[in-house]
Write a protein that binds this ligand. Sequence first.
Ligand code: FES
Length: 107
Amino acid sequence: MAARIVPAKRDPIRPAPANPIVISIDGDPVAGIEGQTIAGVVLASGRLAWRRTSVDGRPRGLFCGIGVCFDCIVTVNGERDVRACQRRAGDGDVVSSQHDELPEAAR
Ligand code: FES
């Protein structure tokens, strides 16, 4: 049996052309494509970490990538604690990093 060859122009599962978007990350405009998560856009811009831990100030970014660890939280359009790996980026989104301090009682 021979494999069926479908010309690329007639391939029904060929992905549609990507629609470009631009979001703002800590004031910097960053380009992405429609359908990417915020984490995907941030990583594609070359940033590997976008927040710091409250105890030691260690860098954090994408860890699990599936919405479990909360290492990737950011503020999106004024909404705090958004998991960047779970939220699709929208054109014009304003994303800012979060660096929370420990509460006084925990120090
Ligand atoms: S990377 Fe773990 S919740 Fe986003």
